[in-house]
Design a protein around this ligand. Structure first.
Ligand code: ATP
Ligand code: MG
Length: 571
């Protein structure tokens, strides 16, 4: 890959001196920003919401700027506090207590966010589920977590297999319905008859806050348990990486069913008291641009799958919208292809900042910040307060430029504290004080980290190790290719060969000549051994609901093997 470098963006940034901050920073010193530093007791809902609602200068500021095709609503910090207080009271009325699991299975809406904070206010553990989950996915997660209460909509109720859920006592229904059983609680009715004042349950830093199931890219989703303590890191990265300033209008496109939609769709922006744009539904490129233009979004956090769609839609459509408010763009969830970064620079005159982290890590760990040079294709460097390395299977650090397992020195604040009901799985993440990510990467001489693929996805072809990401990124540079998923296919002589599945941009037809041209393109642009021996055109590439290419599924289809857990597969 030819190395391009994009210089730091001009202007005032919250983290101006990355190196110096790394040297002097301590998590301990950051605690003075929080109320609990004095009281010793904490609640995320207070720090992210009530604190602003109690501030005369902020209480009437719009916290939540909600829109979907049928509804548009502006909710202030004071109103969101009152609504969440009411919901906390509703939960208390039904005896929900600290440590209980309360799950949400519903689309994004102002009610979702009020209920979410209400759950935290009684000290319960919130478990958000993606609205598009089908029955099996809902069953697995509610059984595993033993949720006592579920908040859902009448439309989604048919996907809740109540007979299989002995722990589930109450179902709160948001919206008009005909249900009469005593397990049902009517959200609107209860909220009407409830006080807008409540006592927050003050908990310990290490008490549970959130149970998130992973995306299921590599297998059965795991229940990842997070505690209130994580807020220190949400706050710090909101400052350094999201570069939030008080008057920002921030938009994170992720659904709260995934960790990005809570850590960066709820906690980081509201810990910083900014206006948070929330949009439901699926988006076309026009919807994305229109949302930015309409609400004058300044900071935008999205995912490679969305950005690749924008690249495919082309530059002309960008010119239809006034995107002048936008000053900062970030990406997460999958590797960010260099082509997308280069395109973003041209189309928006803005750098796109890749950030790397996982459900298990709770917050960003390896990032690009505005004051840092960007090397397209690299996920950047570890945030202050975090040490990262490339290690071998025994836990030894590998030298620069050697591919290995990406690992983080144990002990950052937002780290998961357990895998729900699975201590041995939890233990399996750690060796010799390192948290081992399962992602394959290398570090260059200057300390930039380069993602190569999931460890299991790295291809061994004729003795060469090839990361699928590099091949996919080269493939999508070809004008005909929209998306690509690359796997290793067993081969008697070569060990494995590279097989690529691609989708084509509008105006291109599947033909032998085109495939040959694409193959040649990778061969000359990357290397002969990395050029796919097999190329297959598909209508779509299988993805998780959080937008990640499911290579394991491509592989099982190719080899005719069982497909495993597909509960998070997008339709
Ligand atoms: P599962 O653990 O169930 O297989 P998952 O790993 O996709 O699913 P998440 O926790 O949502 O679940 O995703 C974390 C993973 O996403 C990382 O391990 C990494 O493989 C990928 N990822 C996230 N951000 C980036 C990034 N910036 N660059 C490359 N990969 C990324
Ligand atoms: Mg994972």
């Amino acid at each position: 890959m030819d190395m391009q470098k994009i210089p730091a963006r001009e202007g005032n940034h919250n983290l101006t001196d990355y190196e110096k901050t790394r040297e002097t920073f301590s998590w301990e010193a950051l605690k003075k920003h929080f109320t609990w530093n004095e009281t010793g007791k904490v609640n995320m809902a207070y720090e992210a919401l009530d604190r602003h609602a109690e501030n005369p200068k902020k209480k009437d500021q719009v916290a939540l700027l909600y829109s979907d095709p049928e509804r548009e609503e502006k909710v202030t910090f004071a109103t969101l506090r009152d609504e969440s207080n009411k919901f906390a009271n509703v939960l208390r009325k039904y005896d929900v207590k600290k440590g209980d699991r309360v799950f949400l299975f519903m689309p994004r809406s102002p009610e979702f966010y009020a209920a979410f904070f209400g759950i935290l206010k009684v000290g319960a553990i919130a478990g958000p589920l993606f609205e598009a989950f089908m029955e099996q996915a809902v069953r697995d997660r509610l059984q595993d977590s033993e949720a006592r209460v579920l908040i859902t909509t009448p439309d989604l109720l048919y996907r809740v297999p109540q007979n299989d859920l002995p722990a589930l006592e109450k179902i709160v229904l948001v919206g008009d319905h005909q249900e009469t059983g005593e397990q049902y609680i009517d959200y609107n009715k209860e909220m009407e008859n409830t006080s807008a004042k409540t006592e927050i349950e003050w908990v310990d830093l290490e008490d549970g806050m959130l149970l998130h199931y992973t995306s299921g890219s590599t297998g059965k989703p795991k229940g990842v348990y997070h505690v209130h303590h994580a807020m220190i890191q949400h706050y710090a990265t909101g400052d350094w990486v999201l570069d939030l300033k008080e008057d920002d209008v921030y938009w994170c496109t992720a659904d709260p069913g995934w960790v990005t939609g809570t850590s960066y769709g709820i906690f980081a922006p509201w810990l910083h008291g900014v206006t948070n744009v929330i949009r439901g539904g699926r988006f076309t490129p026009d919807d994305w641009y229109n949302t930015i233009a309409t609400y004058r979004v300044t900071v935008w956090y999205t995912a490679p799958t969305a950005l690749r769609k924008l690249v495919s839609a082309g530059e002309d459509i960008v010119k239809k919208y006034d995107l002048s408010s936008l000053r900062h763009i970030m990406s997460v969830g999958e590797p960010l292809n260099p082509e997308v970064v280069t395109w973003g620079l041209k189309a928006f005159n803005l750098r796109i900042h890749d950030t790397w982290w996982m459900t298990e890590t709770g917050a960003q760990l390896i990032v690009n910040v505005p004051s840092m040079e960007i090397r397209p294709g690299s996920m950047g460097k570890p945030i202050p307060g975090v040490d990262a390395a490339i290690i071998d299977n025994e836990g030894n650090e590998l030298p620069a430029n050697q591919m290995g397992n990406l690992a983080i020195k144990k002990g950052w604040p937002s780290m998961m504290r357990a895998i729900w009901k699975n201590p041995s799985k939890y233990e399996s993440y750690f060796i010799h004080g390192w948290y081992v990510s399962g992602d394959s990467a290398y570090k260059d001489e200057d300390g930039y980290f380069w993602f190569q693929g999931r460890l299991d996805d790295v291809i061994n072809t004729s003795g060469e190790r090839v990361g699928p990401f590099e091949v996919e990124s080269k493939l999508i540079e070809h004008p005909a290719v929209a998306e690509a998923g690359v796997i290793g296919k067993p081969h008697p002589e070569r060990g494995e060969i590279i097989k690529a599945f691609i989708t084509l941009n509008d105006g291109y037809q599947d033909s032998e000549e085109l495939l040959e041209d694409i193959r040649r393109f990778v061969k000359t642009g990357l290397s002969a051994h990395a050029a796919p021996r097999e190329l297959e055109v598909k209508d779509t590439i299988p993805k998780t609901r959080s937008g990640k290419i499911m290579r394991r599924l491509l592989k099982s289809w190719e080899l005719g093997l069982p497909t495993g857990d597909t509960s998070t597969l997008e339709e």
